[in-house]
Design a protein around this ligand. Structure first.
Ligand code: BES
Ligand code: ZN
Length: 572
């Protein structure tokens, strides 16, 4: 088993490659057995091995047939005493974890590179055992062109003249190894956190994230000490394919959450919560993904409740319920199960509202059955008991039954975890006070009231999203125009609201939003936003023509992870 990874890599923007060597410290269970690693599209040069304290010697290796989902196995023959292996390699320009940005795609107008290793893309830039059940410490020295800086999900040991060094002393799964390089600067947010971004974005990001220390402190009050020394946030260029990624010590975040009013900072609470659920206690396989995400959504909601009060938490809970209902209506039964069957599938097929929101709701129902104080104590001891370990669903259920026997008798645990849909006892969130008024305004308008009469003064993202949810699927484009002239929705800088609005615009043929839609699709790379928009476009022949025309322009700017999902939608 691989225990430590040391990387020496050079970042070349001309060749779009990382090139150098990975040195793996291994612990062996059968002395004659070969070492089998995961790779994808790596060009392997020499491979060497050494016993502890002995010199390097070349060894034989073999690459197996490439699998579309899993990539290419690399099998290395090892002499009995070998304890370290060194692989000289370079990545391919199309590596699935990497996005190489042209200067025009960034706000600093400089080249930018970043990785996205989850779920199984680490193997496209590092040869290793790419399973969340294997944990490694790592160290790295990264060479970048002059004037650029490298950052990683690790302790930053300094750097100058284009060479940056990092160590990660805590054992983490491979999907949390992360690297970014670009014109990146930092500003302090609190005693143990900074935000990193390109200079033109930095001040805005620092303001948006100023509550970060309060979030860390509240998370610690809930579930115990923050164990990763620092919690920094890196704001990426808009092509980042996710909202956020919980890379340890350095959350990666999309700039689309910089709304100016902190209304989208739930994402920070979420990625921070992963410092416990996910990074400390990790899903052992991608079938157990809900252990990462369900716990994190539950934890995120608790942080938000502490930091912003029960009003905001109540709104987030209702919106989550609405989103879960939509996904339950759309997904086949086998994909509605928490403990997913992923045989023969890409683990990313499991990224739906089920692990996130059904998972969180299951924990909420346990909280209600056990009582909050009891459940909090349970979670706290769970994080302690399994810290720095990877865990399966079965192991969690054993622990749960042992520690909270009364609650598991009152909650239909098997049904939650192994059956589709929701148990009839699933706790429906209480109506959020602020939303009653939103619903009343929606009703008045739907009954023919004027858009000018809608009282939306002071509505935040949450109220707008709920307002949209309260409208019927089909709306007359003229009526959409009334809303638009009153509230300038097509021009909003709030991407969460904008994405929903554009989806409604496409569905209802509201052409005044066409230009903004095209601008959105060609600048934003967040897959969760893009997928529904392209799917909506593909529903009509005219929309298909537009989707293909826009996609041809936009695709070169998307991360490979987003592009591969969208290829299947736009050019099936
Ligand atoms: N770890 C996930 C992102 C992820 C999941 C990447 C699966 C690759 C495969 C991250 O914590 C996440 O859930 N991000 C969400 C935002 C969150 C607020 C729900 C996202 O990106 O939308
Ligand atoms: Zn998450």
């Amino acid at each position: 088993m691989v225990r430590h990874v040391d990387l020496e890599l050079e970042v070349s923007f001309e060749r779009k490659t990382l090139a150098g060597a990975a040195t793996l410290d291994i612990e062996r269970f059968a002395s004659g057995a070969p070492l089998r690693l995961d790779t994808r599209e790596l060009t392997i040069g020499r491979v060497e091995a050494a016993g502890s304290g002995e010199p390097w010697a070349p060894v034989a290796f073999e690459t197996g047939p490439a699998d579309k989902i899993l990539g290419t196995p690399l099998t290395i023959s090892l002499p009995g005493g070998a304890a370290r292996v060194r692989i000289h390699y370079s990545t391919s320009p199309g590596a699935s974890a990497l996005q190489w940005l042209e200067p025009r795609q960034t706000s600093a107008r400089r080249p930018f590179l970043f990785t996205q290793s989850q779920a199984i893309h680490a193997r496209s830039w590092i040869p290793l055992q790419d399973s969340p059940g294997v944990r490694v410490t790592y160290s790295a020295s990264i060479r970048v062109p002059k004037g650029l800086r490298a950052v990683m999900s690790a302790r930053m040991e300094g750097g100058d003249g284009g060479l940056f060094r990092f160590t990660m002393p805590q054992a983490i799964p491979s999907y949390l190894i992360a690297l970014a390089a670009g014109e990146i600067e930092s500003r302090e947010l609190g005693p143990r956190s900074s935000v990193w971004a390109e200079p033109p974005v930095l001040a805005r990001a620092a303001r948006e994230f100023e509550d970060t220390e309060r979030m860390i402190a509240s998370a610690e009050r809930l579930y115990g000490p923050y164990r990763w020394e620092r919690y920094d946030i890196l704001v990426l260029p808009p092509s980042f394919p996710y909202g956020g990624m919980e890379n340890p010590r350095l959350t990666f975040a999309t700039p689309t959450i910089l709304a100016g009013d902190k209304s989208l900072t739930a994402l920070v609470a979420h990625e921070l919560a992963h410092s416990w659920s996910g990074n400390l206690v990790t899903n052992a396989t991608w079938r157990d993904f809900w252990l990462n995400e369900g716990f994190t959504v539950y934890f995120e909601q608790r942080i938000l409740e502490e930091v912003y009060g029960p009003g905001r938490a109540a709104m987030e809970a209702v919106l989550a319920w609405e989103e879960l209902q939509r996904d339950l209506a759309r997904l086949p039964e086998r994909d509605q199960i928490l403990n997913l069957d992923l045989a023969g599938r890409d683990p990313e097929d499991g990224v739906t509202a089920i692990p996130y929101l059904k998972g969180a709701l299951f924990l909420k129902s346990l909280e209600l059955a056990a009582g909050r104080a009891r459940f909090d104590a349970f979670l706290r001891s769970y994080f302690d008991r399994f810290a720095f370990q990877s865990l399966t669903t079965a192991q969690f259920l054993d622990y749960l039954r042992r520690e909270l026997p009364e609650a598991t008798r009152r909650v239909p645990v098997e049904e939650w975890v192994f059956k589709p849909g929701l148990p009839s006892s699933a706790p429906r969130p209480a109506p959020a006070e602020a939303f009653l008024k939103v619903e009343a305004e929606a009703r008045k308008w739907l009954e023919g009231g004027a858009a000018a009469a809608i009282e939306a003064g002071g509505w935040s993202t949450h109220e707008w999203l709920h307002f949209f949810n309260a409208l019927p699927e089909k709306l007359d484009p003229g009526r959409m125009g009334e809303l638009d002239s009153r509230f300038r929705l097509t021009q909003t800088g709030n991407y969460e609201v904008l994405q929903q609005w554009l989806q409604m615009a496409v569905r209802n043929g509201y052409q005044e939003a066409d230009a903004r839609l095209e601008e959105f699709l060609t600048t934003v790379g967040r897959r969760k936003y893009l997928r529904p928009l392209y799917e909506e476009l593909m529903k009509t022949p005219g929309g298909q023509r537009r989707a293909r025309a826009i996609y041809a322009k936009a695709r070169p700017g998307y991360h490979p992870i987003a592009a591969s999902t969208l290829d299947a939608i736009v050019n099936p």
